[in-house]
Design a protein around this ligand. Structure first.
Ligand code: HMG
Ligand code: MG
Length: 303
């Protein structure tokens, strides 16, 4: 069976916007449990301004602990600029992700730079990370629609992807920041992007605002993509993108993949336990579209 490669972004995208401040030990337990569930790639944190995102202020403490506890894990850290890269490298991060939005205003709102400057800074950060021997990912955010500028042109996405590819980013992550993409749009955009880049250099990152994230993942899969971001329990959202809901839930993606004949290496049963744990930590109900059904199945099997 063919394998899909999943990066769980819950510790970063999932937690960055939560009203409850989550402690370092809880974050480390979340990561331990994801690793135990079979997740081999995790976006663990971000090195951003603690004023902008207080939840990620402990990134410098988290990365060394994760490196010690899980030496074989791909643990990535989002960095918006050279200062973020310096902090991530000093903490021992082995993989970073830059975030370039395909529109002017989204970049201004997210990282306080316009599109041209954000492109230059992302490029410079990727090149320096490669020089330092780190693995690199580059998000191209608002790749379908921007909450401030409306529909994003495919040309704008192409330009960002090309610049990040030229800089050498190993994985370019096409992101539906506000969860407005449709399977038709996903199919069209990825088919176009795959003419210029091989599938192993592209990944997708969907938010589930309109309940279409699984359908979008299927459209990406059909187009040839094998690398997916997802977040256990569907937790997530960018604080600077109004209207963005949680991410594609890892449990929905794994269920869809396995029911369709693909393997992921991730245990659904363990994911359900992690959702219970995260519900206690975040003090609210969590879970993707399939979680009620998955829980019922589990209790039927147990009884
Ligand atoms: P700024 O205010 O323009 O930065 O913020 P600055 O360069 O003018 O510096 C101001 C202060 O911030 C200085 O400190 C800098 O040292 C410090 P001061 O002298 O005042 O004490 N600073 C930093 N501190 C820590 N880490 C850094 C850093 N850089 C500067 N890396 C900045 C610019 C980018 C820092 C800010 O806007 C920021 O942190 N933004 C956060 C962005 C963010 O985390 N967004 C959410 C993640 S993106 C996302 O969720 C989308 C994604 O999931 C894909 C999708 O769904 O589309 C990836
Ligand atoms: Mg996101």
């Amino acid at each position: 069976m063919e394998r899909l490669f999943i990066t769980d972004v819950a510790p970063r995208d999932g937690l960055q916007n939560q009203p409850v401040l989550v402690g370092l030990d809880t974050k480390l337990t979340l990561i331990d449990r994801l690793v135990a569930a079979g997740v081999e790639s995790i976006e663990a944190t971000s090195f951003v301004s603690p004023k902008a995102v207080p939840q990620m202020a402990d990134a410098g403490e988290l990365i060394p602990r994760v490196r010690t506890q899980h030496p074989g894990l791909r643990a990535s850290a989002l960095v918006p600029n050279m200062k973020g890269l310096e902090r991530a490298h000093a903490a021992g991060a082995e993989e970073i992700a830059v975030v370039l939005s395909a529109t002017e205003i989204m970049n201004l709102k997210n990282i306080n730079m316009g599109l041209a400057q954000a492109t230059d800074v992302s490029e410079q950060t990727v090149r320096e990370a490669i020089r330092l021997g780190l693995r690199t990912r580059a998000y191209v955010a608002v790749a379908f629609d921007c909450p401030f500028e409306g529909p994003t042109s495919l040309d704008a996405v192409h330009t960002c992807v090309a610049r990040m590819a030229e800089a050498g980013a190993q994985e370019i992550v096409i992101a539906d920041t506000i969860g407005s993409a449709s399977p038709g749009a996903v199919s069209e955009r990825l088919t176009a992007l795959l003419r210029d880049l091989p599938a192993d250099r592209l990944a997708v990152h969907f938010h589930d605002t309109r309940g279409m994230a699984v359908a979008n993942a299927w459209a990406a899969l059909q187009a040839g993509i094998r690398r997916f971001d997802a977040s256990v329990g569907g937790i997530g959202g960018c604080p600077f993108a109004p209207g963005a809901a949680g991410n594609l839930a890892t449990e929905d993606l794994v269920l869809m993949a396995e029911a369709s004949g693909y393997t992921t290496g991730i245990s659904l049963d363990s994911l359900l336990d992690i959702i219970d744990f995260a519900e206690t930590a975040l003090q609210r109900p969590l879970g993707g579209r399939s979680v009620a059904w998955q829980r019922k199945q589990r209790s039927k099997i147990a009884s």
